[in-house]
Write a protein that binds this ligand. Sequence first.
Ligand SMILES: [Zn+2]
Length: 109
Amino acid sequence: MVLQAVLARLRGDGDELLKKALRCSSADELMELAGEHGIDLGESEAVELLAFLQHRPEELTELELDAVAGGSGLVTCLLCGSTSVTYLRDRYGIKEYRCNDCGRVFGIR
Ligand SMILES: [Zn+2]
């Protein structure tokens, strides 16, 4: 399972589980937490997830915002569906991206 899929699962159960995950201080705790919620988390994945949660909270915030838009944790072009997009700017609370494939600019709240 890739990291983003794990994060999507954590989010799928609501913010509470994600917050609990953020409070975990060891991979064992994360695995136990995941297990309680029916998420199959391997040890190497738990270690990777722990490092991500502890050292990159700003990326996590981006993932959360993106997930609200796409549900997958990835930003996809609204016009052609490509996941190859470049973040441009945040304008009035809307994140603007340019699609690397079709070149269109689109905004995601
Ligand atoms: Zn596109």
